[in-house]
Design a protein. Structure first.
Length: 257
């Protein structure tokens, strides 16, 4: 199945690159004031759905831009056609196509493809994580002050009352530095390959992180909600190389609710 995910991601990547060559003509709509969706997002999801249904007409499909296709199959595809639409619209390289495959509710394979970076992360359950043809593992940095973390601000985009700014203020002074790339899927893959030690964000969606969390787990990483459990996971996600997870959680816990 991993080969199919890779083929689908590459085909979707070609569509993204074709739109990127004509960004000035790109139709951009607004799901909310800062929540963009473009003709590229929609075309890529349509392509992925059509290709999946042609090969596996009985499989379920959950995608960001269309209604879920519910079936009786134990297989369900989880798609974010462009993760980092803001980056894409602004001509920046940090956007990705994220595709995960669930079997009986458990993710068994995932791919995050970054067409402009020319990087493809993938994983299959029990077979480890890969960047292109090479295996990848999380970093061995074990102290927050040696670490780089990434985050995002969907909370501000969605005007959530509880937002990420106090957590950023608490964590940033304790880090070597932080990054805000613009694609949660890529952030998780950068933790998986050791470029980052961790990532945290509020108000993500399952389709943002399904493939990235699978790749991170297969690379030896871990994730939880802000309390170290898996209850409110996508509302408040902390992912890391496992070595700095406890330190991150302690800092987050120090922020008044
Ligand atoms: C967004 C990106 C961004 C994150 C947002 C997500 P989208 O996905 O992953 O980095 O901060 O929370 O919604 O909307 O571009 O698919
Ligand atoms: Ca997304
Ligand atoms: Ca998206």
């Amino acid at each position: 199945m991993k080969e199919l995910l890779l083929d689908l991601a590459r085909g979707a990547g070609e569509i993204a690159l074709a739109h990127r060559r004509r960004l000035g003509e790109l139709v951009v709509d607004f799901k909310a004031e800062k929540d963009l969706v473009t003709a590229a997002d929609r075309e890529i999801e349509e392509f992925l759905r059509a290709e999946i249904q042609r090969r596996h007409p009985d499989h379920g499909i959950l995608g960001e831009e269309q209604a879920e296709r519910r079936t009786r199959s134990e297989y369900r595809w989880v798609i974010d056609p462009i993760d980092g639409t803001g980056s894409f619209v602004h001509g920046q390289p940090f956007y990705s196509i994220s595709i995960a495959l669930e079997k009986a509710g458990e993710i068994v394979a995932g791919v995050v493809h970054a067409p402009t970076l020319g990087e493809t992360f993938c994983a299959e359950k029990g077979a480890g994580a890969r960047l292109g043809g090479a295996g990848v593992r999380v970093s061995s940095r074990a102290r927050l002050k040696e670490s780089m973390l990434a985050t995002g601000f969907a909370c501000l985009r969605n005007n959530q009352p509880r937002n990420n700014l106090p957590y950023l203020a608490a964590l940033l002074p304790r880090l070597r530095d932080m990054r805000r790339y613009g694609s949660a899927a890529l952030d998780l893959c950068f933790v998986a390959c050791g470029r980052l030690e961790g990532f945290w964000e509020l108000n993500l969606n399952y389709f943002d992180v399904a493939a990235g969390l699978h790749i991170l787990a297969e690379a030896g990483g871990t994730h939880s909600d802000f309390r170290g459990a898996r209850a409110g996971l996508y509302g408040e996600l902390v992912a890391s190389n496992g070595l700095v997870q406890r330190e991150i959680l302690a800092v987050l816990a120090s922020v008044p609710a």
